[in-house]
Design a protein around this ligand. Structure first.
Ligand code: B1M
Length: 212
């Protein structure tokens, strides 16, 4: 079995204790960190989601897989986020109220950080007020990045963007939205400044918006 398959299997099986070692071994063998992330980790979480949908596994299995993925990402982080030196400005990031998914949001934060931003991570289940409060406390913010993974929390994203736009704090910053159920159409509908489908493009879009 190749290293990527071993990593995928360990994530799917929630083997948090061995994942760091496997990722280190893959890196030592010269496997591209982005291949490890995309082919062994993100793809596996997709399989996990499919199995959950078909009721072949349940929430605890999803949770342990997510924990294993986080451990693996910790090892990859220095490789993926290398060169976070320049000052592109501040970025406030969070997953919307009612939503506990943070792996994608963390990857987006990591890539935005590596694009030179100072990232203020509000975590998951972030109430609208927390976004506003943090924006008030950080008037030099350039980008607000809002993540949602559930169709049921898309309305919370809409409320968050609306509240940020109505706060009167606008001018200096832009709002980017993303997450599995989010589309460019939805981003337009709710008045976000931009949409990004994945972490790498979120960093590119953040840079473009901050420079505009
Ligand atoms: Co949840 N879950 N989950 N879950 N979970 C999904 C999202 C689901 C699609 C699974 C499925 O049914 N196939 C489904 C949602 C269905 C829907 O809404 N239509 C689902 C469900 C139903 C639920 C619960 C309701 C289950 C239950 O309790 N019955 C529950 C809800 C809890 C809550 O949030 N209130 C729940 C719970 C959980 C766990 C806690 C067990 C765990 C999360 C742990 C954690 O995050 N710390 C979990 C997991 C792991 C998943 C799956 C399997 C994997 C998510 C993931 O991390 N993917 C997921 C299935 C799937 O995604 N296929 C599923 C990997 C990650 C890298 O991708 O987060 O999509 P993703 O991020 C991507 C892009 O979306 C994008 O960039 C990233 C990649 O580069 N992106 C952005 C994300 N944010 C962005 C922001 C941006 C730009 C891009 O700009 C700001």
């Amino acid at each position: 079995m190749g290293k990527l398959e071993e990593i995928a299997e360990a994530i799917e099986g929630g083997k948090s204790k061995i994942i760091a070692g496997l990722v280190e071994e893959a890196l030592a063998e010269g496997v591209d960190p982005l291949r490890i992330l995309n082919e062994a980790m993100i793809a596996t979480m997709g399989n996990v989601g499919e199995k959950f949908k078909k009721a072949e596994i349940f929430v605890p299995e999803m949770l342990v897989a997510a924990r294993a993925m986080k451990k693996g990402v910790e090892v990859l982080k220095p490789k993926l986020a290398a060169g976070a030196a320049t000052a592109a400005g501040k970025c406030i990031i969070g997953t919307v109220s009612g939503d506990l998914h943070d792996i994608g949001k963390n990857l987006v934060g990591m890539m935005i950080e590596s694009a030179g931003f100072e990232v203020i991570d509000l975590g998951v289940d972030v109430p609208v007020d927390k976004f506003i409060e943090t924006l008030k406390a950080n008037p030099d913010t350039k980008v607000v990045a809002v993540s949602a993974l559930l169709t049921t929390t898309m309305p919370a994203m809409k409320d968050t963007v609306a509240a940020i736009k109505a706060s009167g704090l606008g001018g200096g910053f832009k709002v980017i939205v993303g997450g599995a159920p989010i589309t460019q159409d939805y981003a337009n509908q709710i008045g976000a400044d931009a949409y990004a489908p994945d972490a790498a493009s979120a960093a590119v879009v953040a840079k473009q918006l901050a420079a505009a």
